[in-house]
Structure formats: C-alpha cells, structure tokens
Design a protein around this ligand. Structure first.
Ligand code: GAR
Length: 216
C-alpha cells in the first residue's frame, strides 16, 4: 500500500499536528506527513514540526494583503512542490476560498472543536457553556466551500461538567481531538470513506472506529 502524502496546515500551537505526526510514525499508518505549512511565521507549531524532522513552509497571508487568491496560489504551489495528496487543517485560522476548496475537492480534512453542525465558527466552548449543552466535543469533516459544513468523518463526545470554564472544557475537548483526528485521517487515507449525498459512509467500520465517547 502506498502511503498518502499529507500536508498539515496550521496557524498556531500545532498540538493536533503533533498528534497526526506521532500517529504517522507507525509503519502501518496509511499516511505520511510530508509538509507542515503555516500562514503565520510565528506559529509555534513550525518549530515542533522541524524538531520532528518534517519539512515546513510559511506562506504568510499578511504579505499577500487582501488578495486571498494570490495567498492561496502560493499555498497551492507549496503543496504541489511537496507532491501532496491530502491536506489536514489543524487550527488553520484562514477561510479558504471556493477556488482552493474545489481545486482540492474531497482532499481536505478539518478538525473543529464542537459537535457539528452545532457551534460552527469560533469561541465554541464559551458558546456551548452559554447554551447549557450537556454533551460537547469535536468533529473531523471533509472541507466544502461553506465553513464548518462538510461531511462528517468522525466525532468525539465530551461530557460537560457543572463547574466547567471555557478553558477546562477546551482542555478535555482538545485531548479528544488528539485521539479522533489520527483515527479520521487513517480511515480517509485507507480509502474507507465514501462521500454519498453529502455524507460520509465508512466501509467496514465498527461504530467505535469513527466515534469516541470520552468518559467524564
Ligand atoms: C483546536 O482546538 C482546533 O480544533 C481549533 O483550533 C485549535 C488548534 O489547536 N480549530 C478551529 O477552531 C478551526 N476553526 P492546535 O493548534 O493545538 O491544534
């Protein structure tokens, strides 16, 4: 089996990136991380990627001003130079244009810190607490032009505690993210995820493959 060549796009800390890099160390993992790219030169995750021996690129969005297309063309060129098959967004805080998403159609995954379709966008943990939900979590999905809306590959549910703050809830959700993203990329890279009418159908999956209930 040839391993899929994966680029991870980050904007900051890069803890999900590290979780993917560690999973991909296993010889039987169906993907290898060939590039970590950031739209911010100061992203802490770039140093962790280099320390792990992974090629890095910075495509600084600020240098492209308001011109999203020229930023994305530069990003696209970096991905092509590293012969990337799949892209994983991991805390990448730039909206991608329909041009880029169509160019990489069904080849970009994203992790979102909420149980989609609830709480799209930012500040998900504070909004979940304000809404009084009892179950929160994280979602890995295929990226489509509409933000946080693509077909869901995997989800992890986290119980909300009465005394949670956005920070304490974020910490438990992040731990769940680190478990579910490698799982979702594995299913996807193995070719076990089929897109059918806007949903992901996962071949030969026992339910626990793509869902995770984190005990309180
Ligand atoms: C993660 O919680 C990720 O789900 C979230 O940003 C954090 C990045 O942390 N992503 C989004 O909010 C995307 N809209 P990390 O850099 O340590 O992986």
């Amino acid at each position: 089996m040839s391993r899929k060549r994966v680029a991870i796009l980050i904007s900051g800390r890069g803890s999900n990136m590290t979780a993917l890099v560690e999973a991909a160390r296993a010889p039987d993992y169906p993907a290898e991380i060939v590039l970590v790219a950031s739209n911010r030169p100061d992203a802490a995750g770039l140093a962790s990627a280099r320390a792990a021996g992974i090629a890095t690129e910075t495509v600084d969005h600020a240098r492209h001003g308001k011109d999203r297309e020229s930023f994305e063309r530069a990003l696209d060129a970096a991905l092509a130079a590293h012969r990337v098959d799949l892209v994983c967004l991991a805390g990448f805080m730039r909206l991608l244009t329909p041009w880029f998403v169509r160019r990489w159609e069904a080849r970009i995954l994203n992790i979102h810190p909420a149980l989609l379709p609830a709480f799209k966008g930012t500040d998900t943990h504070a909004r979940a607490l304000a809404a009084g939900v009892k179950i929160h979590g994280a979602t890995v999905h295929v990226v489509v032009p509409e933000m946080d809306s693509g077909p869901i590959i995997a989800q992890a549910a986290v119980a909300v505690r009465e005394d949670d703050t956005p920070a304490s809830l974020a910490e438990r959700v992040l731990a769940a993210e680190h478990r579910i993203y490698p799982l979702a990329l594995k299913l996807f890279a193995e070719g076990r995820v089929r897109l059918v009418e806007g949903r992901c159908v996962i071949a030969d999956a026992a339910a626990p493959d793509a869902t995770l209930l984190v005990p309180q």
